[in-house]
Design a protein around this ligand. Structure first.
Ligand code: SAM
Length: 259
């Protein structure tokens, strides 16, 4: 799978936490989105009516079997907030050997991705239309994901809205707990203050390890979107952050020598 190369040495020196759902008290509650009605095009409406039953998975608030969902045991990449699905389609098309689970709350976006799935004849994409925080907490098993992508999450520019940003300590810990050891968390943003917050939060997460010194070069699997190309023309820079989940520590010498 062409996720970025993983660091050869990422042991934390301490064992990973025990498996088990994130305790409810630690689960972050983040109002990271506004319910947008937006205009739903005729094509999106048709896709929602005719295609949703094939690719949209209902959120039931209980653990989901990814192998049953995709009918295979290939690596699974979870994408949070896929918007209109432009990037999801490009990545899923170029990497048919991977499964992609996209989470988005925006109905027009779900309709758009359904259209893309049909047009590109994709079979490796599934969609959940629900709050990603609840989905990850309640439906995704511990250590089950090969990668999580969060591209251009809402930056919530105003200071009083910063608490609505997705990338904060509790959420980073939640996402990291769902990655397999060595699995990748890849975030991208064009809002410099948010990039700095992401770097601080992810660097402080005990389960994660930066694959670069600071920001990463854009991995080749992440295509440039129209939105991003326009931003780059206007002189906005984009930061990619690629972290991996730490590998479990090897058994300590004391434990083995005392046998
Ligand atoms: C700024 S858009 C970026 C869309 C896309 N990733 C891109 O690069 O064009 C952020 C998207 O994240 C979605 N979103 C925000 N918080 C979410 C959450 N908690 N669960 C699911 N989707 C969320 C929003 O509805 C919106 O479509």
């Amino acid at each position: 799978m062409s996720t970025p190369s993983r660091p050869s040495e990422s042991h934390s020196g301490s064992p990973l936490p025990e498996a088990g759902n994130t305790p409810r008290a630690e689960t972050p509650s983040i109002k990271s989105y506004v319910r947008r009605q937006g205009k739903i095009t005729t094509g999106q409406r048709r896709a929602l009516a005719e295609e949703a039953h094939r690719w949209v998975v209902p959120f039931e608030g209980k653990p989901l079997s990814l192998a049953t969902l995709f009918k295979n045991s290939r690596p699974v990449v979870l994408e949070i907030g896929f918007g209109m699905g432009e990037t999801t389609q490009a990545i899923a098309q170029s990497q048919p050997e991977l499964n992609f689970l996209g989470i988005e709350v925006y109905t027009a976006g779900v309709g758009s991705l359904l259209n893309r799935i049909t047009q590109a004849n994709l079979s490796n994409v599934r969609i959940i239309q629900h709050d990603a925080v609840e989905v990850i907490d309640q439906a995704i098993e511990l250590s089950s994901l090969d990668a999580v992508y969060i591209f251009f999450p809402d930056p919530w520019h105003k200071k009083r809205h910063h608490k609505r940003r997705l990338i904060q300590a509790g959420f980073a810990a939640l996402v990291a707990s769902r990655l397999k050891p060595g699995g990748i968390l890849h975030c991208a943003t064009d809002w410099e203050p948010y990039a700095q917050q992401m770097l601080d939060v992810l660097s402080d997460c005990p389960l994660l390890c930066n694959t670069s010194q600071g920001y990463s070069p854009r991995p080749s699997y992440r295509p440039l979107t129209k939105f991003e190309s326009r931003g780059l023309r206007l002189g906005h820079s984009v930061a990619d952050l690629v972290f991996s989940r730490r590998l479990p520590s090897p058994p300590s010498q004391t434990a083995s020598s005392s046998k």
